[in-house]
Ligand binder design. Structure first.
Ligand code: C5P
Length: 408
């Protein structure tokens, strides 16, 4: 009875996944919680309120105006220790974010002062739509816990991110939200070691100058943050960025491609998953001056001076040739033309399990943005397109796909 004495408000909005909310209610009751259900009108078309009333032993509210004198939305919100909205449609998510309270579920949400979990379930297109993502960001910013969606089979035979998270994951979220020890099956990455690289390397010319690139590290940091949230032990080997290390992540700061090569080479044998999101400079100055180069070094006029560059090791390609590694290898490819063909070529050439390809000529994806749009290819011929969405969402899809390829 891990939730004994906990009063859970279960909000159900209208989606095919509604029937799973019945199982969730049952799971909550089994764990000892009291469960109060509120439903949207849409939800009542999928599941009869009586179904919930029968198993929870309490009236189910679906209409703000059933008992006007009781002001139900205020009452049920005050009586909850924790709230979970499952499934949460894009419609209720948008209403919650905007503070619209035009039915019982949204009115109740607007009264809540307790930890609140939103478990989205919808088609991939709706989930990835910028409006949905913006609303989710607003909620996250206010401290709402967003659990899921999972990746998998959706209504109508489709597949992708948008599935209501499994019952045990949702139960786990409720336990965490009220500070109770969890009972759920952990995510497959839980306890696994994930090595992530991020940022653009700096290749020194002299003590104050370097060659680098436009990478900000945002994508790699998102991968590290999400992996840690999924319970993985994460080492983030990072070239310089302006970002703070995500919570629960071990940061190994490096500067150049050679530093990164050394750090990754030593950490790789222990890793279960390696995600290389760093923009590693392909070359470095052949010589690094001990002292700051003077203006005069480069002469006057048009002729200039030749700076000789030498090739850096391709860290990822090298990992792909090592047969002492068990890790699932994930690379990124930043391309500006023939994007997918170049990515496919890198997947094969570097002997990777997965590659996320992005078109860095776009202004809303790639370098510096908080959003990304990628095509993910798998060694076995798998192809999945992630339309423009937050880098955290891209990270989650990639990590779920990597988790599915974990070696025993
Ligand atoms: O060949 P390209 O640089 O486009 O490949 C990109 C992928 O390879 C990224 O995952 C990047 O982190 C990795 N890489 C590397 N070492 C290099 C160059 C790229 O690990 N020297």
């Amino acid at each position: 009875m891990t939730l004994a004495g906990v009063r859970v408000l279960l909000g159900v909005s209208g989606g095919v996944a509604c029937y799973k909310a019945v199982a969730l209610a049952r799971g909550l009751l089994k764990a000892g919680a009291e469960v109060q259900v509120v439903m949207t009108a849409g939800a009542t078309r999928f599941v009869q309120p009586d179904q919930f009333a029968a198993i929870t032993g309490r009236p189910v509210y679906a209409d703000t105006f059933t008992d006007v004198h009781r002001i139900v939305h205020v009452e049920v919100a005050r009586q909850a220790d924790v709230a979970i909205i499952a499934p949460a449609t894009t419609n209720v998510i948008a209403k919650f974010a905007a503070g619209i309270a035009d039915d019982l579920v949204s009115s109740t949400f607007t009264c809540l002062t307790v930890p609140t979990i939103v478990a989205p379930a919808m088609h991939t297109e709706m989930w990835l739509h910028p409006a949905t993502q913006a609303a989710v960001d607003v909620l996250r910013g206010r401290g709402t816990i967003i659990t899921g969606p999972g990746v998998g089979a959706l209504a109508g035979g489709d597949e992708g991110p948008g599935r209501l998270e499994d019952e045990d994951v949702l139960l786990d979220a409720v336990h965490r939200a009220v500070g109770r020890p969890t009972i759920a099956e952990p995510h497959p990455l839980s306890g696994r070691r994930v090595l992530v690289t991020a940022g653009g390397t700096r290749e020194r010319l002299d003590p104050v100058r370097y060659l680098s690139n436009r990478s900000t590290g945002k994508m790699g940091y998102a991968v590290a943050a999400v992996a840690a949230e999924l319970g993985a032990e994460v080492e983030l080997v990072s070239a310089p960025t302006a970002l703070d290390a995500p919570a629960g992540v071990t940061l190994t700061p490096v500067e150049s491609a050679l530093d990164m090569h050394a750090a990754v080479t030593s950490a790789a044998p222990d890793a279960d998953v390696i995600v290389k999101a760093a923009a590693v400079s392909d070359f470095r100055p052949a010589q690094v001056a001990d002292q700051k180069l003077k203006k005069g070094t480069f002469g006057a006029g048009e002729g200039g001076t030749v700076v000789r560059l030498v090739a850096n090791p391709d860290i990822l390609a090298e990992l792909g040739t090592r047969d002492d590694l068990d890790a699932v290898l994930v690379g990124f490819a930043a391309e500006t033309e023939d994007v997918e063909a170049h990515g496919r070529d890198k997947l094969a050439r570097k002997n990777l399990d997965l590659i996320a390809i992005n078109d860095v000529s776009a202004t809303d994806a790639g370098f510096g943005t908080d959003t990304n749009r990628v095509v993910i290819l798998g060694r076995e011929g798998f192809r999945h397109e992630v339309a423009l969405t937050g880098k955290r969402e891209v990270a989650r899809v990639l990590l779920d796909l990597a988790a599915a390829r974990l070696r025993s």
